[in-house]
Design a protein around this ligand. Sequence first.
Ligand code: UN1
Length: 512
Amino acid sequence: MATDTLTAPVIVGTATRPKIYRNFIDGEWVEASTGETFENRNPADTRDVVGIFQKSGKADVEAAVDAAKRAFRKWRLVPAPRRAEIVYRAAEMLMERKEDYARDMTREMGKVLKETRGDVQEAIDTAYYMAGEGRRMFGPTTPSELPNKFAMAVRTPIGVCAMITPWNFPMAIPSWKLLPAIVCGNTCVIKPAQDTPLSTFNLVRTLADAGVPKGVINIVTGFGSSVGTPMTEHPEVRAVSLTGSTEVGRIVGTSAAKTFKHCSLELGGKNPMIVLDDANLDLAIEGGLWGGFGTTGQRCTATSRIIVQKGIYGEFVERYVNRAKSLKVGNGLDETVEMGPAINASQLGTDLNYVEVGRSEGAKLKCGGNKLTKGEYANGYFMEPTVFIDVDPKMRIAQEEIFGPVVSIIPCDNLEHAIEIANNIEYGLSSALYTKDVNKAFSAMRDLHAGITYINAPTIGAEVHLPFGGVKATGNGHREGGIGAIDFYTEWKSVYVDYSDRLQKAQIDRPE
Ligand code: UN1
């Protein structure tokens, strides 16, 4: 196996030959045991090969877990503020590299530059937050019920953590997992999505450059069945964190349960935005466009249902559809483009299939619905921004997560009716309400059954220091972001120190 320095993961890279990236295990860039690779292609122009990555197997996962296990012995003893300083340094380095990494990300993932800069920024924000956490990681000190006895609870690391991350936020989401995990003293093995491994490489390379010791973070690229499954089944892995589909979440959760691993699942969404008669319509329309078509609708927080009160329904639909039609679709590297391609052929196929589903269910297709194939679109996975109106909340297009630029507009009578529609769904990630009425806003903040509620903003745009996650089929009760992540990546240890010099029995020795 070849070994290079930390900053040189690439074997070959010329104008004509794409770069070959290797796994990162125990601080070295190594080829997969299988001898196989796969291509990472640009979804806006599939002639462009972004890189060649390792198609790894079980033996690579085992090597990575072994390395992580060995590294854990030392890393857990490094004081948390010292661990956090490395993460702080990585934040500063990411600031310097932001533009390059955003461009790499647009090339491999397709979303527009403005958004990929945001994705890198989200990793930077997480790094600064988690760097601060190194000097907090608070736990309770509390009085003992007995005299001359001291009681406290401290956070301890869990051990080796496995992370499986999606392609839609290929740097931000790995940062949500890796950074709290290492600040808390854990070591990691990460499998980035096969469509977007480069952005995770960029993040991990920066962390290594900032001083994360070998073996603390390991990357194994490849596919779910050959890499993800051995990660979730490995007995030495003590925590698994997945962001992905509800379907995969069920499999990973079941597998992790068999060996009692901590398991955090961040899954699907079908996020409603309610627009009441008294809303600022300009704001609601712009919010609904950004939430619906930002990231080509490929966010688990995407605004995929817009529930509009009858008094303004007609005007909202007309103006929203006109704006959706005018969105500029294209290669995200062009700064004037507003919506990029779907991530791959399979996702585009799903999106187009849902257009057929909507039509056959009797929803009115008001704009879009077509694949874009001519000229600059010829070699990418492009489709038109698509809006269905007069959608019945029970239709599949209003119930199932599409993960594409397909928005359903649903009429409603009043707030109560809107909340009923909003909640009557399998998922519960994000939600939004547009109104000027403070009473209605507070009722919705209480009654919308979701992990996130926005007032007068669309369903996307979570900030990294607040809990991120959802209810029902969106997850299993854990939260990423802020303190939720620290909770996930630590175990509590309660410590009692008895300095009375006699045997004191809790619950039994009670002063008269
Ligand atoms: C996702 O959709 O998978 O709140 C993550 C947001 C982003 C993160 C989205 N900050 O839309």
